[in-house]
Design a protein around this ligand. Structure first.
Ligand code: NZQ
Ligand code: ZN
Length: 383
């Protein structure tokens, strides 16, 4: 097992009716900026619940944060923080609202000319405190240090991470997710599923506990995900999916293990260039990464195949192939296509994706051995 340091300070408040806990979680008379997306929280009653719980605070609002949150919009939120002398940011929504709010929290204290530098590696030395009410289980953003920000005018999608932007608390009320449509529900299941795979299907460093934790999340998503899709108001299914998604990327599975993340890095480029939903970009890329890396990932692919899919017959090659096919089938069963063509990605675009990653000096995969040529080869294997 590798050495690690795990820091997860977020208070998680889970269950139906827990938005009312905001009254206790947010100190009286705080100046709060409630950040949200494009209106789902007003349609499903979450906004009203939040406002009712915060009557003793001074609440300002900032709506309009887009899916794949846009830098220009977030700069307006930074200005709103200054104008209202905000003391706490309360992000209410999915990963995009949470990530965007993390950026606002860090940019608030940024001292240079252009806070985009944060996305290029500038150190975050201070941030506004953040609380969250999560309405879309997927990213794990509610209790992790990461944020992914998009800037369409330069076709970039970049991430930063800082312990200073880990939310202080996260309210996880599964009933807020009843209003998710099939597309977003499936996206969340696929994103959480791939977060686990990025940290599990690498190479073995003797971490049997972490492997079983990963398998537990994968198997639970396989069991509960389709129920949530088929029955959007099934509280237990929604609750189980929500808890899986939080666990999938709260840092626990990374403890002592080796991370891949090539699928995510390539996927972010697909979103920057062709606008795919984040989860769908992962569904496109993952099979290509696995096919390309099948020899190096063989042991973990076989372990996953056996323990999650029950694939135990045949020689190693047969089992690896069956594991890849079964995983692709799972995405298809959720209604998520894995074909680049279905998202309008032309084969001529593969080189551009690889070149953009190479231009940033990125070498991907758990061994850092995937450069420009390998990324092109991976994308060809996706098609
Ligand atoms: O904007 P509103 O109106 O709120 O609608 C949203 C949006 O249209 C809607 N939605 C959210 N909750 C809802 C709802 N609709 C009905 N009922 C509800 N309860 O869903 C749409 C998508 O929301 P979004 O926040 O974009 O989705 P998601 O949570 O999948 O977040 C995706 C973003 O997170 C980043 C992605 O790159 C992408 O930008 N990621 C963040 C990570 C992290 N912070 O650790 C890791 C991930 O790998 C990922 O990269
Ligand atoms: Zn993801």
């Amino acid at each position: 097992m590798n050495n690690f340091s795990h820091y997860c300070p977020t208070r998680l408040v889970f269950g139906e009716g827990t938005i009312a806990h905001l009254e206790r979680l947010v100190p009286e008379s705080k100046r709060v900026l409630l950040t949200y997306g494009q209106g789902s929280i007003k349609r499903n009653g979450v906004y009203q619940q939040v406002m009712e719980a915060l009557t003793r605070c001074e609440v300002f609002t900032f709506g309009g944060i887009e899916p794949n949150p846009q830098y220009a919009t977030l700069l307006e939120a930074v200005a709103a923080c200054r104008e209202h002398r905000v003391e706490l940011l309360l992000a209410v929504g999915g990963g995009s609202v949470l990530d965007g709010t993390k950026f606002v929290a860090a940019a608030h204290y940024f001292e240079g000319d252009d806070p985009w530098a944060i996305l290029e590696g500038a150190r975050v030395s201070r941030a506004l405190p953040i609380g969250t009410v999560l309405t879309l289980p997927a990213t794990g953003s509610e209790s992790n240090p990461n944020a992914v920000i998009s800037r369409d005018e330069i076709r970039e999608k970049s991430h930063f991470g800082s312990e200073l932007v880990i939310p202080e608390f996260a309210i996880l009320d599964p009933s807020t997710t009843f209003s998710l449509d099939a597309r977003q529900t499936a996206n969340g299941i696929v994103d959480a599923f791939v977060h686990v795979l990025e940290q599990y299907v690498t190479y073995d460093v003797n971490t049997p506990l972490q492997d079983r934790q990963a398998e537990a999340i994968l198997s639970t998503l396989v069991e509960e995900g389709p129920k949530a899709l088929a029955h959007p108001h099934d509280y237990d299914a929604r609750a189980n999916v929500m808890w899986c998604a939080t666990q999938a990327l709260n840092g626990l599975l990374a403890c002592g293990t080796v991370g891949d993340w090539a699928t995510h890095m390539i996927g972010h480029e697909l979103t920057a260039l062709w606008g795919l939903d984040h989860a769908r970009s992962l569904a496109v890329v993952l099979p290509g990464v696995w096919r390309h890396e099948r020899a190096r990932k063989r042991d973990k692919l076989m372990k996953m195949g056996a323990r999650v899919w029950g694939i135990v017959d045949g020689d190693a090659e047969t089992r690896v192939e069956a594991t890849i096919e079964r995983t692709v089938q799972f995405m298809h069963d959720l209604g998520v296509s894995t074909s680049p063509a279905d998202y309008g990605i032309p084969p001529e675009g593969f080189v551009e994706v690889a070149s953009r990653l190479a231009a940033r000096g990125m070498r991907l995969g758990e061994r850092g051995h995937l450069g420009r040529d390998e990324v092109v080869a991976i994308l060809k294997l996706c098609a």
